[in-house]
Design a protein around this ligand. Structure first.
Ligand SMILES: Cc1cc2nc3c(=O)[nH]c(=O)nc-3n(C[C@H](O)[C@H](O)[C@H](O)COP(=O)(O)OP(=O)(O)OC[C@H]3O[C@@H](n4cnc5c(N)ncnc54)[C@H](O)[C@@H]3O)c2cc1C
Length: 416
């Protein structure tokens, strides 16, 4: 392998994953070009819920979710919606989804998420310190809400999982909860404090700052859509829309939910879908919060972000091309007001983003199995912000031919 100094690397996708990898590779001495069809950070990384959610690695496909799914799908305001026009295209993905959640596999997948989450806070803190954003990470954790003792018991599998992997949490009663977060509705009886989760003040500003730091190290930005590849025995470059060729020794595909379209061009199909999610940014919420909030039974999250309070969540399976259905964001706000009755819905903006999702919830952090010199970093699902710094570190090690800090076998692209 050539020394990093003389390697030309092209990273496709300037979301949080691609930006963090580009910064890491440039820091290691490669000549990196970061290519995006849009301005940096305008994809899913723009409007996520800003949470370094180290406790949320539970595989999405599991028997308790399967049991609830029919009810959720039938309810017009349920947390999951499958677009009727897109449903048949989802069948192969859902077959893999149910197969991934079989009891014999579940613990393995859980451990693969946990091992990333165990590193993610320290890696994120280090990355944010390096780019001068330490003060943009909250110090308080997340509160998981439960209307009743029975609701908490129904979510016991989450706490068991945290026990298995050594994550801290504290179960709180009604009085302790309301002392800690007075805006929570008085009828919420129970909560679990997740002290190691954090909130980034502005996820989009994090991407733009990372890109600035990358450019300051000598990295190059190219605004163009990647529409093909040049290859011989190994990859030799990426082709931009319009025909121009960008020569490369390494190409890292980090185009979020769109990475599947690129992998197809390399004859390496991957079962990547998009779980579309929504946020409502409330700039005049009329309340303040000390913690981020999730309510598992209601499937929403609330975070304090730059400029106010952000409410988000929901999973909509409707592919990459359908228009947003803004009813989804309104449903989430309606649910959030059950937890935060004083929340004012003034001066709002709504947003939809494409989470890149594999059926087994585990991202792909891998060399291509087909084309030498191509790497994949995608499928981070609900945890792309959480996993970004760790992903960048691991991909830097993998691409440099070093032994990665963790065994990357479970994250390989040809596991499906
Ligand atoms: C509502 C919602 C809430 C979320 N909350 C959280 C949270 O609290 N914590 C957390 O950790 N994660 C959260 N996530 C998930 C997280 O946002 C994603 O996992 C993450 O942003 C994915 O980053 P990415 O860089 O892979 O993709 P993206 O940010 O989507 O970036 C992909 C980039 O690739 C570019 N691109 C695509 N195709 C091409 C092409 N052919 N040529 C050139 N460029 C191309 C796009 O323009 C885009 O900029 C949430 C997601 C949503 C939708």
């Amino acid at each position: 392998m050539q020394q990093n100094q003389s390697r030309r690397s092209v990273v496709v996708g300037a979301g949080i994953i691609g930006a963090a990898i580009a910064y890491e590779l440039q820091k290691r001495g490669a000549q990196v070009t970061l290519v995006d069809a849009d301005a940096p950070g305008r994809g899913a990384s723009y409007g996520n819920m800003a949470s370094i959610a180290v406790t949320e690695f539970m595989p999405v496909s599991r028997p308790s979710v399967w049991r609830q799914t029919p009810g959720w799908l039938l309810h017009p305001e349920g947390p999951i919606r499958v677009s009727p026009g897109y449903a048949t295209r989802l069948i192969p993905w859902f077959v893999r989804f149910f197969w991934a959640g079989r009891p014999a596999k579940l613990r393995e997948l859980e451990a693969q998420g946990a091992v990333l989450c165990q590193r993610s806070l320290a890696d994120t803190e280090q990355l944010m310190a390096e780019i001068g954003l330490s003060d943009q990470l909250s110090t308080s954790g997340c509160l998981s809400l439960y209307a009743s003792e029975a609701e908490l018991s129904a979510d016991r599998e989450r706490l068991d999982m945290l026990d298995r992997h050594g994550f801290d949490y504290e179960v709180m009663d009604c009085t302790a909860l309301h002392d800690l977060e007075p805006e929570i509705a008085p009828n919420i009886q129970k909560a679990v404090l997740l002290p190691d989760n954090r909130t980034v003040r502005d996820p989009h500003a994090l991407v733009t700052r990372l890109v600035e730091a990358f450019v300051a190290l000598g990295g190059a930005i190219q605004r163009a859509e990647v529409s093909g590849f040049a290859r011989a025995e190994c990859i030799t470059g990426v082709r931009l829309k319009g025909g121009r060729l960008l020569k490369a020794d390494d190409v890292i595909l980090a185009a979020g939910a769109f990475t599947g379209r690129l992998s197809k061009l390399l004859s390496e199909p991957i079962p990547l879908e998009t779980e579309r999610g929504y946020h409502t940014q409330i700039n005049a919420p009329g309340i303040g919060l000390n913690h981020s909030i999730i309510w598992p039974a209601m499937a929403f999250m609330v975070s304090s972000t730059a400029g106010g309070i952000r409410v988000g969540g929901t999973v909509e399976m409707a592919g990459l091309d359908a228009d947003p259905d803004w009813r989804r964001s309104k449903i989430t706000v309606k649910r959030a007001r059950k937890a935060l009755p004083n929340l004012q819905i003034e001066d709002v903006t709504e947003w939809m983003g494409h989470r890149p999702a594999f059926p087994d919830t585990v991202p792909v952090l891998s060399a291509s199995a087909k084309v030498p010199g191509v790497y994949y970093a995608t499928g981070h699902g609900h945890l792309g912000l959480t996993y970004a710094a760790t992903t960048a570190r691991l991909m830097g090690q993998l691409i440099a031919g070093e032994t990665p800090d963790i065994d990357l076998q479970p994250y390989r692209v040809d596991r499906f």
